[in-house]
Design a protein around this ligand. Structure first.
Ligand SMILES: *Cc1c(COP(=O)(O)O)cnc(C)c1O
Length: 426
């Protein structure tokens, strides 16, 4: 071994994993168990009091999940991570540590549709208020800051059109406001963008998408950058005040730079309960081993498909940050120089009916509501995910009647282009 710091592809295969100490198994075993035997009564007491690290019960932690946590923390450049059952569970557990009724989170208007629902309806019922800001207008984040603001939430590459967010500019607003910046890095993955390098304090993922990568397992993860001072002004009492359920310890004082990840585990996951199945952790770990190979192919294919569509007579516009004329091209070259991701939208001259016809005539693309699969996926938002909105609201959310969203897979690009070409002619 040398003293070299391992590169991204090496970390994707190895970070967090060792041969199994009992059996020598080289692949990480699936520890399919609910609970773990204590060495003795003192050991049990110290685990429950947070005086020792170790396994108690799979809702709080599991050795397969722990490898996944260490691996994603390494890939994102964070201090620690916590795996949970889904991307939405990650968002819930993060905000539960930060928000009390009456507090506010500033969220980018361009978010995954499910996140808009979660923030608008579910979080509102907890008394958590959302102030929406426009990621294309940084001042709108500054204007939204109030004494009740507890966090800012953005996506690095935003749904549905694959627009690129100026993370550093919004991180500066968060720093000035004294609140953490949370970045949903699902569409980029750490292969394309590492938000912590640009000032993010917390990164969340839907592991369901590119990290797992094969469209077979739900999962989510929270990465703690380890840089935020949670005790300042007692703004985050969950982290700074004595915890009655743990003999009065203060989480930040006791756990230092991974206090936030610990709080998410011992206060969030333990009590809210959205634990990740060790089987899913194993599937997602296997997916992550090939993340760099897949992500580059996703990006190269997406660029080729976007270039093809941009010259097609049936197409009126293509929104792909990897195209030279795109409004996000400069941000893409700064934040995601290896590629602009695999999710983007384009518009059909034939409007709503042309969108419906296209999804019906494609053969290789699957018509469904997901992204980040090895397979290429298509959806016509106006007739599906956004069908309940009126036309003006559809346009505002990037789902105008003529818009089609693609998530480009890792097939041969010539086959994807041929499929789109025959469906556009039909
Ligand atoms: C899918 C998705 C989520 C939600 O993740 P689940 O695993 O489906 O709960 C959140 N953010 C983005 C950007 C997503 O694509």
């Amino acid at each position: 071994m040398t003293d070299r710091l391992p590169g991204f592809s090496t970390l994707a295969v190895h970070a967090g994993a060792q041969p199994d100490p009992t059996t020598g198994a080289r692949a990480t075993p699936i520890y399919q168990t609910t609970s773990f035997v204590f060495n003795d009564a003192d050991h049990a007491a110290s685990l429950f009091g947070l005086q020792a690290f170790g396994n108690i019960y799979t809702r709080i932690g599991n050795p397969t999940n722990a490898v996944l946590e260490e691996r994603v923390a390494a890939l994102e450049g964070g201090a620690a991570a916590l795996a949970v059952a889904s991307g939405h569970a990650a968002q819930l557990v993060v905000l539960q540590q930060l928000m009390k009724p009456g507090d506010e989170v500033i969220a980018a208007r361009k978010l995954y549709g499910g996140s808009i629902n979660q923030f608008t309806h579910a979080f509102k019922a907890f008394g958590w208020n959302v102030a929406w800001a426009d990621p294309d207008e940084i001042e709108s984040f500054e204007r939204a800051v109030t004494p009740h603001t507890k966090a800012i939430f953005i996506e690095s590459i935003a749904n549905p059109a694959g627009s690129i967010t100026d993370i550093e500019a919004i991180a500066a607003v968060a720093r000035k406001a004294g609140v953490p910046l949370i970045v949903d890095n699902t569409l980029a993955s750490p292969y394309l963008i590492k938000p912590i390098d640009h000032g993010a304090d917390i990164v969340v993922h839907s592991l369901t998408k590119f990290l797992g990568g094969h469209g077979n397992s739900l999962g989510g993860i929270i990465v703690d950058a380890g840089t935020f001072d949670w005790s300042k002004d007692n703004k985050y009492p969950m982290l700074s005040e004595p915890r009655p359920e743990y003999h009065g310890i203060r989480i930040q004082e006791t756990f230092g730079n991974f206090a936030f990840a610990i709080a998410c585990r011992v206060l969030g996951l333990r009590d809210l309960g959205p634990a990740l199945s060790p089987f899913n952790a194993f599937m997602i770990l296997t997916g992550i081993e090939t993340l760099p190979l897949r992500m580059q192919k996703h990006c190269d294919n997406a660029k080729a498909v976007a270039e093809f569509l941009s010259t097609h007579p049936a197409v009126s516009a293509v929104n792909y940050a990897g195209l030279p004329g795109d409004r996000y091209n400069a941000l893409q070259r700064k934040y995601a120089p290896k590629g602009a991701g695999a999710v983007f939208t384009f518009s059909l001259k034939g409007g709503y009916d042309a969108g419906v016809n296209l999804v019906s005539n494609l053969r290789l693309f699957s018509h469904l509501a997901n992204v980040g699969d090895t397979r290429s996926l298509v959806i016509h938002p106006a007739s599906t995910t956004h069908s309940q909105l009126d036309d003006a609201a559809k346009v505002r959310s990037g789902a105008a009647p003529e818009v089609v969203r693609l998530s480009i897979g890792i097939e041969d690009k010539e086959d994807l282009i041929a499929d789109l070409d025959q469906a556009l002619r039909a």
